[in-house]
Design a protein around this ligand. Sequence first.
Ligand SMILES: C[S@@+](CC[C@H](N)C(=O)[O-])C[C@H]1O[C@@H](n2cnc3c(N)ncnc32)[C@H](O)[C@@H]1O
Length: 312
Amino acid sequence: MHSLEISDLITAVDPRTGHRLPVQRAEVIRRLRESGDERAARIVAGLPAGPDGVLDPDAVDRLLIGVHTELQRLSEELRIGERLVQLLGPVFTAIRETDGRQGGPYRLVDVGCGLGYLVRWLAATHALGADVELVGVDLDAALVGEAGHLARAEGLNCRFVHGNAFDLPQAATVYVSTGVLHHFRGPALAEFFQTQAASPAQAFCHFDIAATRLAPIGAWIFHRARMRHPLGRHDGVVSAQRAHSDETLLSAAAAPGIRPLLYEPRGAANPFCTTLRPVIGVRPHLEAPLRRALGRSARRLVGPEHLTEANR
Ligand SMILES: C[S@@+](CC[C@H](N)C(=O)[O-])C[C@H]1O[C@@H](n2cnc3c(N)ncnc32)[C@H](O)[C@@H]1O
């Protein structure tokens, strides 16, 4: 199984300063070959580099913006915005209901927002209400810069910030993300959730590819049909192969002070329809009001105890 996404390897930033670092094309090719992915190595060998062997940063930025634009089309087709609001609406209802501060303002932070499709969609539809500030954050300057351009061109009331989503000067009320979780491997996945649990945030809701048996073939068909650049097609399939299982997500999200929940766990979901689904974390006092606000859909929300029972 191929385990590396090209887009994770062709850019690098200094974690302290956020400054871009040079990336040697030969080094990326070596890592991909070592992982047994000759096809990915050939794709990278075709990317432009300078005489010093460093990948051309402008060409890399243009490529990643192009691939994320195609990814945005997939998000539109899969109606990711609507599906997020089905959950985020009730999450904010529960927060408002239990909030001693009597009504906002609240802040939604999209971690790893890329081109900011989700935040721009929420701003354009006013789906969460005027008391929710919308912020997209990404470590990649080119992607988040483009998100800002698009939002200004569309006249939207939202903001985009270059940097680490967990280093913002103002606290988030709710963290969200789409397609980011599978990039965190090993201990980094639990650290991702622990950071949010240790913050003043009330909840998180992270959508990622559902690890069904159909996911890799479904991703292949989707990306083949909808994406032109080989990098996008390659990474789309690898991301489905790297999707975390229900068990892994629920145990990683079980940080102190957080009730971890999964919406539409594997057994309860139709694998032909479920492409992305969220792992949710709420402060424990929010679970009951969240279930009330979800109504009948609350049946699809399960905690770690559901998986233990299912395994018996
Ligand atoms: C697959 S990409 C973008 C996905 C985007 N949400 C979408 O649906 O198109 C994942 C992004 O997460 C960003 N990222 C990862 N950890 C981050 C963090 N702590 N803060 C901000 N951005 C982060 C990376 O820079 C990368 O651009």
